[in-house]
Design a protein around this ligand. Structure first.
Ligand SMILES: Cc1cc2nc3c(=O)[nH]c(=O)nc-3n(C[C@H](O)[C@H](O)[C@H](O)COP(=O)(O)O)c2cc1C
Length: 145
């Protein structure tokens, strides 16, 4: 079964809610999913998954340094050719998910659309979009098998 790693940074839980919903969507399509806060993950482990989904909320018009460093480590290890997705909650500008997607694409990851950004706390409709992203990712993963 293809495996999906979902890694997130979330200060108040909004991006975490998104991450759990993406996981739910992928699991509905029978993908083996592990979802956790970035500080619970070892980048070397994440690099072994078939697909990598990274989420971060936006702070001061960018992503916070710990998740940026995590991403750099992951890219140094090598994730070229994998499938990916980027997401995150934001307040008013929402750069972090866009920057994550850019970094992943530069590293040779096929990042699927949409780069999902939800303003503040996700509502039911927002969570349905996250579930949809998880399903889309799962379908793409299966096509690659
Ligand atoms: C100190 C601080 C700085 C922030 N800076 C930004 C910002 O530059 N752009 C933006 O879109 N949102 C900004 N936000 C809003 C957060 O991204 C937003 O509250 C988000 O929902 C937090 O999600 P999380 O609970 O997953 O961390 C900021 C919030 C705080 C507390």
């Amino acid at each position: 079964m293809p495996r999906l790693a979902i890694v997130y940074l979330s200060t108040q839980g909004s991006t975490k809610m998104m991450a759990e919903a993406v996981a739910e969507g992928a699991r509905e399509k029978h993908i083996d999913v592990d979802v956790d806060n970035f500080y619970e993950w070892d980048p070397a482990e994440v690099a072994k998954y078939d697909a990598i989904c990274i989420g971060s909320s936006t702070f001061y018009y960018t992503m916070l340094e710990p998740i940026a460093k995590f991403l750099d480590k992951l890219i140094d290890i090598g994730i070229e050719g994998k499938l990916g997705a980027a997401f995150g909650s934001y307040g008013w500008s929402g750069e972090a998910p866009v920057l994550i997607a850019e970094k992943l694409r530069k590293a040779g990851v096929e990042v699927i659309d949409p780069v999902l950004r939800i303003q503040y706390i996700p509502n039911e409709k927002d969570l349905a979009e996250c579930i949809r992203l998880g399903k889309d990712l799962a379908i793409k993963m299966k096509k690659r098998e």
